[in-house]
Write a protein that binds this ligand. Sequence first.
Ligand code: SAM
Ligand code: SF4
Length: 424
Amino acid sequence: MNVNDTEVIFSILSEAGYTRTENMEEADLVMANTCSVRDNAEQRIWGRLDVFGQLRSRRPGLVTGIVGCMAERLKDKLLDSGKVDLVVGPDAYRSLPRLLEAVAPGAPQMDVRLSREETYADIKPVRTDGKGISAFISIMRGCNNVCSYCVVPYTRGAERSRDAHSIVREACDVFSRGYREVTLLGQNVDSYLWKDAGETVDFAELLARVAAVSPELRVRFATSHPKDISDRVIDTMAAHPNICRHIHLPVQSGSSRMLEKMRRKYDRAWYLERVARIRSVMPDCGLTTDVIAGFCSETEEDHRETLSLLEEVGFDWAFMFAYSERPGTLAARQYPDDVPPQVKNRRLNEIIELQGRKSLERYRSQVGKTLEVLVEGPSKRDPSQLCGRASNSMMCVFPAAGRKAGTYAVVKVVDCTSATLICE
Ligand code: SAM
Ligand code: SF4
């Protein structure tokens, strides 16, 4: 999502006459787009601000800025640090040109207003993926859930869905420019709902419309919420071969007691039922997840339930985190962060170890299968080979054999690691 927001910022700034450089030493303006989801993400940015400070002392006149969630969360605290000239929140990027006009030594500028309407629907992001094959399309902003551990609703504001026609137009536009994959982005894509003049578009309908752009265009999406993913969405995926067979379905915990405390609004049984439904309709669907270890009051029993859920479902891969208390969230206000760091880390390591084993099992289960991949380009490890993802999102590596990036190839899986399928 931040990559896509940065693309929106590039677009706004290029309209204002700025050009982009890859070299920080020659830039007149340097900004960092930031994440506040965990404390260590913010700590890295404080480290980056020291680098900005050194640059500024060598090159007076250089303007530095912090944009995104950390700008929204810390506001004046960032300005007071004296390390930046600009602080701009996720809904205020349109004001960047105005703020840049006004910024001067001793006159830093800030805009952290949140909006109920802003979706940047009319802005054509300047793509930064470099390969011209896969594009992010933001379909909504903000979040209306209040998961007790999560800072996102405070930094990104209320949920709003983007004009469905502008989303389809953007998909058509990238397809006509040679892109062959779009990923529809939102914190909770299943609650996408756009209404206008008698027309109502929900996420299932939006998926169908984007899939209809071309059978040659792959459609992916993230992130689904287990409480909201509907049978209609699952059936729409099944009905369109170009909607990729992959769902990222963050579970967070396998313990219903923890899920209740996290205010996720589903329990273990509900989650397992959704997985069963997905697999009954699309047996080949890739499933991935997010897990938090050591949330407030988590017992060994709760932790074992997370391990048993990971064992039972068998995800292809997972993002796994130690709980990080975020100021201002419901959990920070109401529950002590009482799982000692060494216990959190031990539980996280057990989760990572088990998931590594499950990933290898999942990847091994693909050996012998024939898969269609979208060729992305040379493999990082071995540039004589190509790489690309299968519909289920697994990364495949295979001999080039004259294939070009942006085309489809049919490969046979002959071997694997826990993160790559080795193919012919
Ligand atoms: N909206 C998505 C959802 O609800 O599944 C996820 C958004 S969040 C930016 C990405 C992931 O970060 C979450 O799924 C969760 O696992 C993790 N996360 C969020 N807050 C966290 C916290 N305070 N500590 C550790 N991990 C956290
Ligand atoms: Fe955070 Fe929950 Fe919203 Fe996801 S759904 S962004 S975890 S509050």
